[in-house]
Design a protein around this ligand. Sequence first.
Ligand code: ZN
Ligand code: ZN
Length: 366
Amino acid sequence: MQKSRMLRLAERQLSSGLDCVALVPGPNLRYLSGLTLFMSERPIVAFFPLGGRPAVVLPLLEKGRAAAMAGENIELYPYSDDEGPASAFAQAAQALGLDGKRCAVEHLHMRVLELRFLEAAAPGVCIVSLEEALPGLRLIKDAQEVEAMRGAIEITEQGLRSLISRPLIGLTERQIADRLAQELMRTGADRIAFVIVVSGPNGADPHRGPSDRQTCAGELLTIDCGVYHDGYLSDITRTFALGEVGGALVKMYNVVQYANAEGKAAIRPGVTAQQVDRAARQVIAVAGYGEYFIHRTGHGLGIETHEPPYIVEGNTLPLEPGMAFTVEPGVYVPGVGGVRIEDDVVVREGGSECLTTFPRELQFIS
Ligand code: ZN
Ligand code: ZN
């Protein structure tokens, strides 16, 4: 059990008038309780009542594992396959006194399956959206979380270094992606989150998957990848030159590199998320590539690849120490190619710390 996180949850429940928070297996549950459980056709719901012991309705076969992970400060309501979940839900709802109470659930994660059991067990329960009632539950990262992210980033950077130490020109994007995936597992990834490899004109599509296109000298190669380490993610993009590339591509690269630097330089507590977006976007606009920067400057990073805070125009959230997010400006010119340089940053008192250390200058590789 993460005591400090549970305490913070209780404080926020109190101030937003929530009697209970009900979570399904996933990032929020793992964050609060350390319970790593998976969604299946057998429903699992964990209840966090204000001022009471957490309770989990779960299949009997998960009972031992859950007890080992969560310790004793949790009440388990197991159900067997033959009896089904209804009576376990009813017992939990009764013990927690859910009827007539305000209970927040994850609108983005809970399925109709769990919701129906919950409503049947406590017909008078008032269900509200956790995302709206308690926004940014995982917004401020503690030291342990930042260290897990730092570990994921080191693994990713080592993998990238090994990848580019061998010739890549002539391989297909798919072959490069495959080689990188192997390197990332070898350098210690618990799991690979994603690998994007795009070359030449394909680089103009920011999220295109690796294709069978063969890379050749004189073009740009963009690699965007992330791995899990201790439950946390890295997310790094670098664009490389395959051999010598033309001046127009080098200019495009330099603009993005400067935008990345200016975006990061804008970060400090009190500055809003949209100001960071503007700082990066301004550089690209002034250089005449404004219409080719077709996405937000960044997104929060942690247990999920994309989580708050979003670094985007319109987000007036003031940054606070401990917020972690990417800064990833890009320029994508159809038919020509693209450049993206993505770093992972944590807001600190008075400024920020860039967790990614991989070089940002254009590297000419073979
Ligand atoms: Zn990325
Ligand atoms: Zn990203």
